[in-house]
Design a protein around this ligand. Structure first.
Ligand code: ATP
Ligand code: MG
Length: 573
């Protein structure tokens, strides 16, 4: 069970008040109510952590309930994926997995009740007419000519709707509330409509389906939910939920609204995520660039990091966009503690150690995780021919470049000091090999005379390295808020460089047995996870996150003077 974070926020204040007042007899019972019309995303994770977290914090319960009221958009695949995702995040609903479709019969009875007391009617206006009659924010709506049908007629027509006596769009059941209400949700909202698609759970038992708004509040009520937590868009729906509960005269949970999570450089609406999948911008719902839980999982995120992130962003009433680097911060923190270090070279440059014996190789001790002594050590092979990262060599280095250069000595991690003696180039003048010598007295990475090179490089042994594929992911969008521009479709801002494949990348042989889902730090490069596409012939690694915050680095790249000026400006009163 995930750690219980005793977080205080406006919701815990409300709950505390309820406990003091003895409302709900001190019970705290929440639920996470997804509609199975897409995969869950990081925004849902916030709601999951909040609902399950509150239940833990107060020793209460949290249900998982699918609001599966629209078979035209819902699929079994989504139900299964959602269950997996909530479980992967670390939460447990015990035996309380529910579906709004479990309540279809009861909801139908409630609808009959509203008809009987004269508060619901069957309307035969067309969907377009209903829309036109609804009015606008400034103009009141117009009452339907069918609004004042006698109860008996309504009962008979609703029965006819259920029995398939109408085509979709020919009739709906509406609540009789107030066509001139300032709240459009109260202008005789539709309660039931006809849908001919089979339902993932009830098959073709039903031809009429309750609207989300008619099902949601009553489902909460039937489950004895105390605190019905949802996002701010539902604030305007609360009077409608209240109206249904009051008129049907059933138990009344307390709805509380909070601001939904938005994350920079991505989109978090299921409608848009579906487009990314269906229009082929990504390879599926679990593409490592997707902000879905399954995408983040495949990207190598841990449930702990996601939960920490959700706890840190907190809950409030103010809408905003959380910067992606906050999410990345938490995965970096988590992986720093738990990911074993290994060596891999993504852009190889061959190095030959001239004074190392031709057919010799040796095994050197390497520390798996300096942050975790229990992770132990492993052996890495060293031999005459090695690869280092091309970026770690410069023939004509500028003043601040301390890595390998002609005549210069550097340390090879866990191995020896080497000195570059000669640069070999091809006919185009491109450097293809370095001739170096090593100092046998520096085995393990330290010199008896105490001299210390200014740089330590990672490397792999040419004969021992394994060829792998490294998938380097970047943000899926080039702009912070792809949704912001109303005139342009969000797909315009897709980052054409969101995936760069490096093949072959050369990795140390200890990774031959790496299993999908295992996470590593490629020393000096980034954190990587073994992808599901991995085979023993060709391991595949997804870059989870770089070692340092790239946003910070970009800021630091600005010339010093400007940075100083800016800082001066900021500190001015
Ligand atoms: P979307 O707008 O992405 O389609 P939704 O609200 O329609 O999302 P649901 O399946 O109805 O998706 O959401 C289940 C629960 O998750 C709801 O209680 C909803 O309020 C909450 N939720 C959805 N998106 C977010 C978000 N971005 N931040 C916090 N909670 C969210
Ligand atoms: Mg919704």
């Amino acid at each position: 069970m995930p750690e219980v974070e005793a977080k205080r926020n406006f919701i815990t204040e409300i709950i505390d008040e309820h406990i003091d007042m003895d409302r709900f007899q001190g019970r705290v019972h929440t639920r996470f109510p997804p509609e199975p019309n897409g995969y869950l995303h990081i925004g849902h994770a916030k709601s999951i952590c909040l609902n399950f977290g509150l239940a833990q914090q107060y020793g209460g319960l949290c249900n998982l309930r699918f609001d599966d009221t629209n078979p035209a958009k819902e699929e079994r695949e989504y139900i299964d994926a959602i269950i997996d995702d909530v479980r992967w995040l670390g939460y447990d609903w015990g035996d309380r997995l529910f579906f709004a479709s479990d309540y279809f019969e009861q909801l139908y009875e409630m609808a009959l009740e509203l008809i009987r007391i004269g508060r619901a009617y069957v309307d035969e206006l067309s969907p377009d007419e209903i829309r036109a009659y609804r009015g606008t924010l400034t103009a009141p709506g117009i009452e339907s000519p069918y609004r004042n049908r006698p109860v008996e007629e309504n009962l008979a027509l609703f029965e006819k709707m259920r029995a398939g006596g109408f085509q979709a769009g020919e009739a709906v059941l509406r609540a009789k509330i107030d066509m001139s209400s300032g709240n459009i949700n109260l202008r005789d909202p539709v309660m039931y409509r006809i849908i001919n698609t089979p339902h993932p759970r009830t098959g073709d038992t039903w031809r009429i389906y309750p609207m989300y708004d008619f099902a949601h509040g009553q489902s909460d009520s039937l489950e004895g939910i105390t605190h019905s937590i949802c996002t701010l868009e539902y604030e305007d729906h609360r009077p409608l939920y209240d109206w249904y509960l009051d008129n049907i005269e059933i138990y009344h949970p307390q709805q509380i609204e909070f601001a939904r999570l938005n994350l920079s450089h991505t989109v978090l609406s299921k409608r848009k995520l579906i487009r990314l999948v269906q229009e082929g911008y990504v390879q599926g719902w679990d593409d490592p660039r997707m902000p879905t839980i399954s995408g983040l999982r495949r990207r190598g995120y841990t449930p702990e990091a996601i939960r920490q992130f959700c706890a840190e962003v907190g809950v409030g009433k103010v809408k905003g966009v959380v910067a992606l680097h906050k999410l990345e911060y938490h995965i970096r923190q988590d992986l720093n503690k738990r990911a074993n270090r290994v060596m891999a070279v993504l852009n190889p440059l061959r190095v030959v150690i001239e004074n190392y014996p031709q057919d010799q190789s040796e095994e050197l001790d390497a520390i798996n995780n300096p942050e975790d002594a229990s992770a132990g050590k492993r052996k890495v092979p060293f031999s005459k021919a090695l690869y280092i990262e091309r970026e770690d060599f410069m023939e004509d280095p500028p003043r601040k470049f301390f890595r390998l250069a002609p005549g210069r000595e550097v340390r090879l991690r866990y191995a020896y000091f080497i000195t570059c003696r000669e640069v070999i180039k091809d006919s185009n003048g491109e450097v293809i090999e370095l001739r170096c010598t090593y100092d046998p007295a520096t085995r393990g990475g330290s010199a008896p005379d105490g001299r210390r090179p200014k740089a330590t490089l990672h490397w792999v042994s040419a004969d021992h390295a394994i060829e792998a594929e490294a998938r380097l992911y970047d943000t899926l969008f080039t702009v912070e808020n792809p949704d912001a521009d109303r005139d342009q479709d969000f797909t315009v801002f897709i980052n054409p460089q969101s995936l760069q494949v490096v093949a072959p990348a050369l990795v140390e042989p200890s990774l031959a047995a790496a299993q999908p889902g295992e996470r590593y730090q490629f020393e000096r490069l980034a954190y990587f996870v073994v992808d599901a596409d991995s085979t023993s012939q060709r391991p595949v690694f997804n870059r989870i996150v770089t070692l340092r915050d790239q946003w910070k680095k970009q800021q630091q790249k600005q010339p010093r003077r400007r940075r100083k000026q800016r800082r001066a400006k900021q500190t001015q009163p």
